[in-house]
Write a protein that binds this ligand. Structure first.
Ligand code: SF4
Length: 361
């Protein structure tokens, strides 16, 4: 057996080392023209959305990364909003090169950016050919970002424009967080202290039912609430659901202090089942029962979304021992208000993959 010498095959210079016998043997063999070696580009992972535990494990396997380096990397990504790994100045050149070899940073693409006359800003963010809408709602004492959790939705609530778009797919954790990173980047809102941030609150109230994409939504919540991550207090985050009862209590247990919003829309089962079809599976009695359990685990209040006789109904709920807020709609002129979000993304496959037909836990 002999090894092929690339320099010999290509006629380029040789520093020696091979015996003349080896070279003669090679010269007498018709081995044809060597085809150029084309390196296949390595698929890199998006650093946005990788949990601290997974990143620690992955970088430990790569070597040369002490555990405190993970906090430094997270600080560059989530606190400073730095997208260029070359600018991670407290890492060595070797570490930066290793990171670049295996990872990239991607918020998605900014496909449109609209401003309402009331200051509400709606952005359309693209991910691998699909698009979702994200809405920023400025108020006197806070700025709330409404993020999407799915492209389309299976639930078909009658009041909701998203419900007319079939479910295309669940967003992954990078895509849920990418919306936040994109909005914060557009508003130059990185690197500030909590008090000075424009985006102070987050609501999972955009396209899709977040509890039907629990795995990705909860992974995003962990990074949002990690002090080394996006460092948002749980009390500044609200998850909105049309009433996926089995996961409301789990959300409360895993994220004590987080806010919950319920799209109630009617106070009796007959009407609610017509407006919010999921009510047929989990009727109002079960929903209220689980909300009471949730409120025992959480100090934060529950928001009820119900246009008719809202004050009257809110007082009934409040008398039952729940803290209730009545939510206002914003950004109606740019179709950014609750229930007005819809994109052009369409479902390609004819049948729903089984994993999307059930709750993603
Ligand atoms: S309200 Fe929520 S759950 Fe109902 S169709 Fe719209 S996005 Fe889906």
């Amino acid at each position: 057996m002999f090894r092929r010498c690339y320099k010999l095959l290509t006629g380029s210079g040789c520093g020696g080392g091979c015996s003349s016998n080896t070279i003669n043997t090679l010269n007498n063999i018709n081995i044809g023209v060597a085809s150029p070696v084309v390196a296949t580009p390595k698929k890199t992972k998006n650093l946005i959305g990788i949990s601290k535990e997974d990143l620690t494990k992955q970088l430990t396997e790569l070597g040369d990364f002490q555990s405190y380096r993970i906090d430094q990397i997270w600080s560059w990504i989530y606190n400073k909003g730095q997208k260029n790994i070359d600018n991670f100045s407290n890492l060595s050149n070797v570490q930066k090169s290793l990171l670049k070899e295996y990872y990239h940073i991607d918020y998605g693409t900014l496909d449109s950016d609209q401003l309402s006359k009331d200051g509400t800003r709606k952005i359309l963010v693209g991910f691998s050919g699909d698009q979702v809408e994200t809405v920023f709602i400025p108020e006197a004492r806070r700025g709330t970002l409404c993020v999407s959790s799915q492209v389309g939705c299976t639930f078909g609530c009658k009041f909701c424009f998203t419900g007319t778009q079939r479910l295309v797919r669940n967003l992954n954790v990078s895509e849920i967080l990418g919306q936040f990173m994109m909005a914060r980047s557009l508003m130059n809102d990185f690197g500030h202290t909590t008090e000075k941030r424009l985006i102070s609150n987050v609501v999972f109230m955009g396209m899709g039912e977040p509890l039907m994409n629990y795995r990705a939504a909860s992974a995003a919540l962990r990074i949002m609430t990690d002090p080394n991550g996006l460092s948002l207090s749980k009390s500044r985050i609200t998850v909105s659901t049309s009433g996926v009862v089995p996961l409301i209590e789990r959300l409360g247990k895993e994220f004590p202090g987080i806010g919950l919003a319920i799209s109630l829309h009617a106070s009796n089962n007959k009407t609610r089942s017509e407006i919010v079809p999921i009510n047929q599976q989990w009727p109002i009695e079960e929903l209220i029962k689980t909300c009471i359990e949730f409120s025992k685990l959480n100090t934060n209040k529950i928001t009820i979304d119900k246009p008719e006789k809202i004050k009257e109904f809110a007082s009934i709920i409040a008398n039952a021992g729940l803290k209730v807020t009545i939510r206002q709609s914003r950004g109606q002129d740019i179709l950014a208000a609750c229930g007005q979000l819809k994109t052009e993304s369409v479902k390609v496959k004819k049948t729903l993959p089984p994993q999307l037909a059930t709750i993603s836990e």
